[in-house]
Write a protein that binds this ligand. Structure first.
Ligand code: AMP
Length: 170
């Protein structure tokens, strides 16, 4: 199965000059979704994972599926003001703008082995901020795991030193 057939390119979304990688055709197809999940799990291999951290919002889809398969907990990283309990925050630069992200203070325990997941690694700003949040709480990042990397944006360099893996590369 060629997963690229289930990723739709949308020109100039959400801003002019951005080629948006739309994963909704993939999510719309249960066979492609199951295949993609298997590929993401292959990237992790036999490594022990305590928590899968997913980045809002498109990271949530596969992060929860991965957590179930890995018998790990799921932790959401969210945009500002969405999480109801006490949070820690980090600001970051996006391919299109800047923002900050939050995580619940009690979501990760010191020494937890963490799989970080998102749909797209673009400039790497979001993933770097997510790694900082995880490490601030004492988590150990086992892998930064993505559906796809946009190689021309060099996101991997921003999170150098981590095991960065993706199913697709553009
Ligand atoms: P970045 O911080 O630049 O690596 O951006 C990563 C985040 O923005 C991810 O959560 C992606 O969902 C989203 N994102 C950035 N660029 C794109 C793109 N071209 N297509 C789809 N999502 C993107």
């Amino acid at each position: 199965m060629n997963l690229e057939n289930y990723i739709r390119d949308i020109n100039d979304f959400p801003k002019p000059g951005i080629l948006f990688k739309d994963i909704t055709p993939l999510l719309n197809n249960p066979i492609a979704t199951a295949f993609c999940l298997e590929k993401l799990l292959e990237l992790v291999g036999e490594q022990k994972i305590d928590k899968v951290v997913g980045i809002e919002s498109r990271g949530f889809f596969f992060a929860t599926l991965l957590a179930q398969k890995l018998q790990a907990g799921f932790v959401p990283i969210r945009k500002p003001g969405k999480l109801p309990y006490q949070t820690i925050k980090k600001s970051y630069a996006l391919e299109y703008g800047s923002d900050h992200i939050e995580m619940h203070l009690d979501a990760i325990k010191k020494g937890d082995k963490i799989l970080l997941h998102d749909d797209v690694l673009a400039t790497g700003g979001t993933a770097k901020a997510a790694c900082e949040l995880i490490e601030d709480l004492g988590g150990i990042i086992v892998q930064c795991n993505f559906l796809m990397q946009l190689n021309f944006l060099n996101g991997k360099e921003k999170i150098a030193g981590y095991d960065v893996k993706s199913v697709l590369n553009y």
